[in-house]
Design a protein around this ligand. Sequence first.
Ligand code: COA
Length: 168
Amino acid sequence: MTQQQKHLTMRVLMTPDMANFSGIVHGGALLQLLDRAAYACAARYSKRYVVTASLDQVSFKEPIKVGELVTIYANVNYVGRTSMEIGIKAVAEDLTSNQQRHTTSCYFTMVAKDDNGLPTPVPKLDIETQLDQKLYEAGKMRLDMRREIEQRNMELDIDISDQFKAAD
Ligand SMILES: CC(C)(COP(=O)(O)OP(=O)(O)OC[C@H]1O[C@@H](n2cnc3c(N)ncnc32)[C@H](O)[C@@H]1OP(=O)(O)O)[C@@H](O)C(=O)NCCC(=O)NCCS
């Protein structure tokens, strides 16, 4: 049985300061909470200070209302040399009916830093179950796809800043 701390659960009550005019939680306010959960999960796993390098496949499946209790599940899916993919799932609970809905999911890549602010190696991930293996392979697939997109953009000679030239 591994001693690695790969999972983290964080619960937050949705308050009016997080909401828009119609009482629905802002996507950005929720993302801030998801980023915190990813930070805590990756820092506890690696025993290092970590930074967010990227965020992939954010899916807002259902809206979340003020007054609902949101549970954020974070898991270390994949580990490279200095980076970790943290899978995130958010579940909202209506506290008056106890009904729960899977509202949001995404994948953060967090990078561990040493005391000089440089990327530093993280522990290799213990793969113990078939599910661990599947999550690892899916994380590796997303990394490969991200690299392929970067490569294809380079081949097309597209720089992300190009699209903003008209606005200068
Ligand atoms: C992410 C960061 C640490 C990468 O630094 P770097 O000098 O490019 O370092 P490296 O090229 O050695 O890459 C280090 C790791 O980061 C990963 N990485 C770098 N850029 C990445 C990106 N855009 N998305 C995902 N992973 C990335 C690399 O794949 C590598 O992983 P590995 O060691 O597991 O193979 C650096 O760009 C940084 O500090 N960015 C700012 C992070 C931050 O402040 N976040 C909060 C924003 S407000």
